[in-house]
Design a protein around this ligand. Structure first.
Ligand code: HAM
Length: 423
């Protein structure tokens, strides 16, 4: 029979490592929530045009990497390659931009790009992203960067570098693109490159071929064309980052892979990952909402790559929670029916409980209890059930105490200090 395998290049997490993935994701989400960003749960597929228009026809993402198909109603559908366009669509559709500004939302989930798979680069990968929409103020740029930086620090990461740049406003772009086009005219490029340059000359900076990289390294630099206002905003961003103690370097050759960026753009680069070193990136996208049919509102956000952040934590040897934290492991002797009922009662009281299934002898059951990582264990045989008296074992110390079965839940709740509210 066919042995099925996951599709090529997807990232997946299963027991053994999934707990670390969960830990990284929770840590990032906690930082995001504590800064006032609210959940946006969006569809995994959208109209293809949302991405061609939003992300940009000249980008690699749209040209080569989208998973696009026709649905049963003949509509062109695409699995989301990124989150910002979908958020904008939802904000416009549900008129969230008519309320208090900025709209601050976050999302977490799978994204899809048909890239060549390698370590840290997957065809299905995971991001936590945030978007702050409707405020044109360098302070919000800094907040967005600070949220990501705080998440990395909270995880214990230290071997990463924040790189920032400014892509300027519309006037900056116009002036710069004129110069860049003039420079590109002087180069001898193949037809594909020429076509790409017509769509968006900035995309020539994406080309990985050494000879093109060399040519583009001599191209004019956008930063030299910043308008007075753009330069002032960028100075403010730098000033506030310094005040917050967030280290950065200015990278005036940064190329973000999506077309919608304007103004502040940034990437977090980790030093100990092989080829795919960018653990998160984002920036301002002031024209995007209007481009997608909404009002003229600015926005800024980031996408953090959870798969790469986990790899970075592992590369730095960061300690993450070991094992699934259980409060009690029950080893039943006999049918185990009663143990199942008791386990459910304890779980209803908010305790984290597991039990041995199958006809395990005492020794096997105790081995499972050891492996479970539970704080306490108890053996439930006919004697215990008839007398109502059990021996509660603290796994770390081996200390055993007699407890009545009816008092077990209260006893455990009292003992377990890291418990939430039981009122
Ligand atoms: P992005 O730079 O394309 O931006 O992706 C954000 C992060 O997702 C990257 O820095 C990387 O960590 C991770 N990532 C991207 N592609 C892959 C892949 N194939 N495999 C593994 N990880 C990957 C965006 O997606 C923008 N929507 C971010 C944003 C939000 N900008 C403004 N608001």
């Amino acid at each position: 029979m066919t042995r099925f395998q996951a599709p090529k290049g997807v990232s997946e997490y299963y027991p053994g490592r999934s707990i670390y993935f969960d830990y990284v994701r929770s840590c990032v989400i906690e930082c995001v929530q504590s800064s006032g960003y609210q959940l946006m749960e969006l569809p995994i597929f959208e109209d293809t045009e949302l991405f061609t228009r939003g992300v940009g026809e000249s980008t690699d993402v749209v040209r080569k990497e989208m998973y696009t198909f026709e649905d049963r109603g003949g509509r062109s559908i695409t699995l989301r390659p990124e989150g910002t366009a979908g958020v904008m669509r939802a904000v416009i559709e549900h008129s969230l931009d008519r309320g208090q500004l900025p709209v601050k939302v976050y999302y977490s989930g799978a994204f899809f790009r048909a890239e060549r798979p390698q370590a840290g680069r997957y065809r299905q990968f995971y991001q936590v992203g945030i978007e702050a929409i409707g405020l044109s103020d360098p302070k919000i740029d800094v907040e967005v960067i600070a949220v990501a930086d705080r998440a990395f620090k909270k995880l214990g990461l230290s071997k990463y570098q924040l790189e920032i740049t400014s892509l300027g406003d519309l006037v900056t772009r116009e002036n710069y693109l004129k110069e860049l086009r003039a420079y590109i005219e002087t180069l001898s490029l193949d037809e594909e490159m020429r076509n790409r340059a017509v769509l968006n000359p900035l995309r020539l900076f994406d080309d990985k071929r050494p000879e093109i990289k060399e040519l583009m390294s001599r191209a004019p630099i956008l930063m030299d064309y910043l308008t007075v206002q753009s330069a002032k905003d960028f100075e403010k961003v730098k000033e506030l980052l310094i005040r917050l103690g967030i280290d950065f370097v200015v990278n005036n050759r940064m190329v973000r892979g999506l077309d919608y960026y304007t103004g502040t753009a940034f990437e977090f680069v980790h030093n100990e990952l092989g080829a795919q070193t960018v653990i998160g990136g984002g920036g301002r996208y002031d024209g995007l909402m209007a481009q997608l049919g909404g009002q003229e509102l600015s926005g800024i956000g980031f996408g953090l790559g959870l798969d790469r952040i986990l790899l970075a934590c592992e590369a730095e040897g960061i300690e993450m929670p070991e094992g699934f934290e259980l409060d009690l492991y029950i080893v039943p002797l006999g049918t185990g029916d009663e143990a199942l009922i008791i386990a459910e009662e304890l779980r209803e009281r908010g305790l984290r409980v597991d039990l041995a299934f199958g006809d395990k002898a005492l020794k096997g059951g105790m081995k499972s209890a050891d492996r479970s990582g539970a704080k306490y264990s108890v053996v439930l045989g006919a004697n215990e059930l008839s007398s109502g008296s059990i021996q509660l074992k603290e796994m770390e110390t081996g200390v055993i105490s007699s407890v009545t079965l009816s008092a077990l839940a209260n006893e455990l709740i009292e003992r377990i200090s890291n418990f939430g509210d039981f009122s």
